[in-house]
Design a protein around this ligand. Sequence first.
Ligand code: ATP
Ligand code: MG
Length: 383
Amino acid sequence: MTDTNGDVRLSGISKTYGSFTAVHPLDLTVPQGSFFALLGASGCGKTTTLRMIAGLEEPTTGTVSLGDQDVTALPPYKRPVNTVFQSYALFPHLDVFENVAFGLRRRGIKSVKKQVEEMLDLVQLGEQARKKPHQLSGGQQQRVAVARALINHPKVLLLDEPLGALDLKLRRQMQLELKRIQTEVGITFIHVTHDQEEAMTMADTVAVMNAGRVEQLGSPAELYENPQSTFVANFLGTSNLIKAEVDAKSGDEIVVKAADSKLLLPAARCSAPASTGGKVLVGIRPEKISLTHADDAGSIPDGRNRITGTIADTSFIGVSTQYVVDTPVCDEFAVYAQNIERDARLVPGAEVVLHWSPAHTFGLDAAQDIDAGIESVEEEAAA
Ligand SMILES: Nc1ncnc2c1ncn2[C@@H]1O[C@H](COP(=O)(O)OP(=O)(O)OP(=O)(O)O)[C@@H](O)[C@H]1O
Ligand SMILES: [Mg+2]
């Protein structure tokens, strides 16, 4: 039997400010020892959720439990939880060693040397022990903050955009470093971020939040391969979404019509009710698609979904080339082609056939906004 003693359980937890609901009633279990990410655009309620777990914010409804213990009424310092914020808030007048020792000293522990040194080794700062925070790089300061938060062995470590102040390269490095530390100490980490790559790199389980609600929860691969809503399909990576009509159902497959094309969709991958004549959104990821020049269309094997189009734009980015293709079903079809052998004819203006395995197609409810989740990604990119 697995130990559920350290599970974090949120039951019907919500937060309203006046007439505004920052977090809608939320049920969520974070298993002990997992690396869990709350992912979503600015203002979707991530920090509010985290602060309710920490006890820094009183929930409007609902309860927070740790294992069997209901901690909703406990003040922050009585919860076996610690938080690392975006601004690490290290004590500027204390050196690295004393910053990390702080939690032990406050509890009246006299011999701190061994524990602090172990913790500094864990975050690879043994040599920096006598430096003051202003003598450290951003990444080193971040690791001091993690060490300081871990020294009292909390059951749960909450991290609110802890890498936000770092440049991209250091950020990627620290993501792997935090993941290593989490694996080594085995403590539950709940990590808040608006960066989808960060969430997917680090977490076992990701909860995608949108406007105060969890849209979908799962492993990074599950969310990416089987998005259940247009928001998740667009927010996590890129999806081509095609408006289609259900033509027929045959066994495990659904046949849909989009403009003049007939496409196949596995029934098991369609999260929408698919009755004949009904509308459905058909999704396909850009890297699952092959691009063939129209002159070679005869060489495409039977049984593949295919759409014709005209290349509108190409960008060579080294590992791949990204194409934008104008098609009758969608005017900005994205296709990513790995750079193995490049067909010199695939330039803007070229007539092409896009084709892919029906197995890679997913289906979504057409009643949703087809562009949900796109704006927020662009806003992030602009920020
Ligand atoms: N004290 C408050 N009073 C009123 N509204 C608040 C208060 N705190 C947060 N909000 C609102 O609640 C919503 C969620 O805020 P929250 O800080 O949880 O967002 P977030 O997902 O952490 O965003 P970010 O990525 O920008 O940090 C926001 O619309 C915010 O304006
Ligand atoms: Mg926040």
